[in-house]
Design a protein around this ligand. Structure first.
Ligand code: PEP
Ligand code: MN
Length: 331
């Protein structure tokens, strides 16, 4: 349950819960103090109302509570002035990995010109093979931050390790949790403690319910700025790199108040597939896209086959604008 009580009755309600052995946690989120009890706990509504007649007790009936839309309308997340989850569909674009200042700068200028509102770029790369390019690390974050500031785009980059959360948070506007860390619960808690916007990828093998519970870990730390990102799941189908689960976007939009992002690049695996998948995502209700773009994709140090050229990105943006308009949104 999610319980709202007036500030002057809070202590009394907490001691009642303590006495009744109800497991709970107080969370300050969206500028208000809430009591969150464990989902299966038996709470004596009447006793709480006796202490505070104005108390609001919301039963969510799901494994996640703060992430549910049973207690709150759509959340709009402000990323340095860029609003994610409102009527505008926000596009974040940039290279898979930060490779050099010039590469990021060139890309940032091109994607901004085409209408992107955020810059992406991995500095810590979760690579399947330890022999593959692992990213430039902190050097990469510095490049991303510098270019973001020069060009005027907020930046998003992945953090893979709890020990690096503080450092990555210093440089980026949005902390990305990769698909492979989607259930790294310590990492989720740690990014939640920063209070910063978090882009939470869905794990390759996670259900929608598991994905929302991952968001719950971040939110229980008081961070309500979670953007959920569908990026394709593992299925028997190998004609695409992963199976983009459009249905999950539709379902998640009906279960949570959090904004939903779609990354069409990683499920596509091939740049030829990215644009139609991006358009489908917007049509399905995605609030944001995360797209890989590289000045010369064929020379990229990671994900060379799926990164878009600047021309393709411009084509994506102009088509995406029309799809957004068709469903009453802007881009
Ligand atoms: C990425 O977006 O850089 C990335 C590695 O994606 P994922 O975690 O979804 O594979
Ligand atoms: Mn990539």
């Amino acid at each position: 349950m999610i319980i709202r009580v007036s500030r002057d009755r809070l202590d009394q309600v907490l001691s009642l819960l303590d006495k009744s052995r109800v497991p709970f946690r107080t969370v300050r989120i969206y500028n208000e103090d809430l009591i969150v009890t464990w989902p299966d706990a038996k709470v004596d509504d009447k006793a709480i109302k006796a202490i505070d007649p104005n108390a609001v007790i919301i039963e969510v009936k799901a494994k996640y509570q703060l992430a549910s839309n049973k207690w709150r309308g759509r959340t709009v997340i402000d990323v340095n002035g860029v609003r994610v989850g409102g009527s505008e569909v926000v596009v974040a674009a940039g290279p898979c990995a930060v490779e050099s200042y010039e590469q990021v700068r060139e890309t940032a200028v091109a994607v901004k010109e085409a209408g992107a509102r955020m810059l992406r770029g991995g500095a810590f790369k979760p690579r399947t093979s330890p022999y593959s390019f692992q990213g430039l690390g902190v050097e990469g974050l510095k490049i991303l931050r510098k270019v973001g500031d020069e060009v005027g785009l907020p930046v998003v980059s992945e953090v893979m390790d709890t020990r690096m959360v503080g450092t990555v948070a210093e440089y980026v506007d949005v902390l990305q949790i990769g698909a492979r860390n989607a259930q790294n619960f310590d990492l989720l808690r740690e990014v939640g403690r920063t209070g910063k916007p978090v882009l939470l990828k869905r794990g390759l093998g996670n259900t929608v319910e598991e994905w929302l519970q991952a968001a719950e870990y971040v939110m229980l730390e008081g961070d309500g700025n979670v953007i959920l990102c569908e990026r394709g799941i593992r299925t028997f189908e190998h004609s695409t790199r992963f199976t983009l689960d459009i249905g999950a976007v539709v379902v998640a939009k009906q279960l949570t108040h959090l904004p939903i992002c779609v990354d069409p690049s990683h499920p596509a695996g091939k740049r030829e597939y990215v644009i139609p998948m991006a358009l489908a995502a917007i049509a399905a209700g995605a609030d944001m896209l995360l797209v890989e773009v590289h000045p010369r994709p064929w020379e990229a140090l990671s994900d060379a086959e799926q990164q878009l050229t600047f021309d393709m990105f411009r084509e994506l943006m102009s088509k995406a604008r029309e799809v957004a308009r068709a469903i009453g949104r802007s881009l």
